[in-house]
Ligand binder design. Sequence first.
Ligand SMILES: Cc1ncc(COP(=O)(O)O)c(C=O)c1O
Length: 426
Amino acid sequence: MTNKLKPESLCVQAGWQPKKGEPRVLPIYQSTTFKYETSEQMAKLFDLEESGYFYTRLQNPTNDAVAAKIAALEGGVAAMLTSSGQAANFFAFFNICEAGDHIVSASSIYGGTYNLLAVTLKKLGIECTFIDQDASEEEIGKAFRPNTKLLFGETIANPGIMVLDIEKFARIAHKHGVPLVVDNTFATPINCRPFEWGADIVTHSTTKYMDGHATTVGGCIVDSGNFDWEAHADKYPGLCQPDPSYHGLTYSKAFGKMAFITKATSQLMRDLGSTQSPQNAFLLNLGLETLHLRMPQHCKNALAVATWLKNCDKVAWVHYPELPGDKYYDLAKKYLPNGSCGVLSFGLKGGRDIAIRFMDNLQLAAIVTHVADARTCVLHPASHTHRQLTDEQLIEAGVAPDLIRFSVGIENADDIIADIEQALNK
Ligand SMILES: Cc1ncc(COP(=O)(O)O)c(C=O)c1O
């Protein structure tokens, strides 16, 4: 029933489908373990012959209901919750890459993901080539190698606020026989559904707009079910060859379109254990119930703030894709016709030092590491999230040293602008 519903109804209704006499509201299954009557019943679960719950490190009914809601919102076939957005991206990559493999990624991405790709995955023998997402298809194509296993980008880059040309990226990925993985955190499925433009796998930091209240760290991976792993079987042995840890079961043969998420759940979660707590999944679900109401308000407020900043003589530059004249305006109109997100970036005349003083003078907008929740907040990436990057890497990641990341909340836009004005006047 829920698959036919529109996004607003999916936010409220998808996922938990209570049967007769069951709780109307999604319950928190606060249990590590699940009971069976016979040893054989349990054995079948361990062999993946039957589906069912046995241990929350792998699966939990609360988490699965929330994952199903996110899968429905994105238009995917299956999803898995993770303990954080970082875990979501790591699991999405590691599910199809192993030592000796290679990834091509947009360089303008979240600093944590950049570090994961540039430093930590390298230690596991997985290399990454970073490319300019605005380069031509031919130019980006040159980064691919025979051992490349996926192409990665963010729908709206954090913190550069660049809009990804998803169709172009999908064409490049598919031409090279690999899936396109898109981090859709900032847009959320309310504003963009990357599968409709050819992406194969979507990841989320649910910590951001999905939770929306800054109460829980979490992540999610959604699979479109569209990438034909078997057609590239030699490239993806983890999915298309027998898994010795499940008595030689082959995921692509046993689970078809569900292979990617089944492997991530039953193999990676089992071995690496980064599941979301059911309590957090419950809070995430509450956030999702109002996502469709909050996103338009974030976008409306952010456009008002961006327009005000653009007309302010103390401001050197503003990036917000919905501002006419912005470099990404046309891509935003195509991929984000109903609005982009509440995050914008700008620089002040006077550069880095003035940026820091301005932030210290804000009263309503708080300096926090977080971004994309109901309360307006602000961050200086070069001093905070991206401080591990060299100046060269900062520029490559689309982060000017004077860049202020401003995450517009759902308060009244006039109050947010008044706060910026008084801080600038100081
Ligand atoms: C686009 C994007 N992806 C992933 C992450 C990592 O998410 P988490 O902080 O939930 O681990 C972030 C965090 O800011 C992000 O902005």
